[in-house]
Write a protein that binds this ligand. Structure first.
Ligand code: HEM
Length: 274
């Protein structure tokens, strides 16, 4: 044996090893295929990878929202930058999945019945945190009390955009209480007052630098979210065409409608108004 390896730790009777710290047996034991189909491991792993990235996104987003609630924008910016980079990873993961053809998929499709990403509680939580509120989407989670509680909390709480509007108000760009204290469980409706407030930010960037930087970070995040939705849609069309989804929706037409969702409407409108 050369000196290169001599000092390496090899006895883990006490203390953590790589395997025990990362709980790799649980993590790597979770990809349980229901068939012998060659492509089923890819299908399961891509979902697990995306759920893990979503877990990180939720952690960063919720922490960023606490910072915004306390009017500390700087640390929130760092967390949102990480959200944005995570989304880039998620958006490019489709490239791996696209190597699966419709024929490959059909070999195992019937094995997982009605399971669908539509029922992902983490995805729905992210949508609620971003402000895409829809009480109907709580229904698939009624049987799972903890998921339902988490979603219900986020549905009824201010989104990251609601918190950003509070900061506009605190910076002297006065907004009415009908906007600041709206019913957060309802979908957000764009308003000219908010558009004009953002317009002042974009026209006076030196004066409102932090809000301007925050607005651009939110645009980054929505841009990436739209990219994820688009890449998912194209992958789905490649694999199942216009067949209905396993979750019971019309499939591609449902996903196409989701492309029209706008999370931070006035931040997009301001580009035309400038
Ligand atoms: C071949 C692979 C895939 C196919 C054919 C597919 C198909 C679909 C379809 C048809 C829907 C609409 C709901 C329904 O099932 O009726 C959907 C929704 C969804 N899928 Fe996929 N999907 C695939 C891969 C993935 C992957 C890898 C993820 C990652 C987590 C994912 C996450 C989602 C999410 C979050 C939704 C809900 C979207 C929303 O409600 O706006 N899907 N998928």
């Amino acid at each position: 044996m050369t000196d290169t390896y001599k000092s390496a730790h090899t006895d883990f009777k006490t203390g953590f090893s790589y395997t025990s710290y990362l709980k790799l047996e649980q993590l790597l034991g979770a990809q349980e295929c229901l068939t012998d189909a060659h492509d089923e491991p890819l299908f399961i792993i891509i979902h697990h990878v995306q759920e893990l990235w979503m877990k990180l996104m939720i952690h960063e987003l919720q922490s960023a929202m606490i910072c915004l609630e306390n009017a500390t924008i700087d640390p929130a910016m760092k967390m949102l930058a990480r959200v944005s980079k995570t989304q880039e990873q998620m958006a490019s993961a489709w490239e791996v999945l696209k190597t699966m053809t419709p024929s490959d998929y059909l070999v195992f499709r019937s094995s997982f019945g009605q399971a669908s990403g539509f029922q992902s509680h983490q995805y729905r939580l992210i949508e609620f945190l971003f402000g895409n509120k829809n009480a109907f989407m709580m229904r698939p989670h009624e049987q799972h009390l903890e998921h339902h509680r988490l979603l219900s909390q986020a549905l009824n709480a201010p989104s990251i955009y609601d918190l950003s509007l509070r900061l506009l108000h605190q910076a002297g760009l006065t907004l009415p209480t009908s906007i600041l204290e709206r019913d957060y469980a309802q979908p957000y409706e764009a308003s000219e007052i908010v558009r004009d407030a953002w317009l002042r930010v974009y026209q006076n960037t030196d004066q409102y630098w932090e809000l301007y930087a925050l607005a651009e970070k939110l645009i980054d995040v929505e841009d990436n979210f739209r990219r994820w939705r688009f890449n998912h849609l194209i992958t789905v069309e490649r694999v199942i065409g216009f067949k209905a989804g396993s979750g019971g929706t019309a499939g591609v037409p449902y996903l196409r409608r989701a492309l029209e969702i706008v999370l931070f409407p006035e931040l997009w409108q301001v580009r035309t108004a400038l």
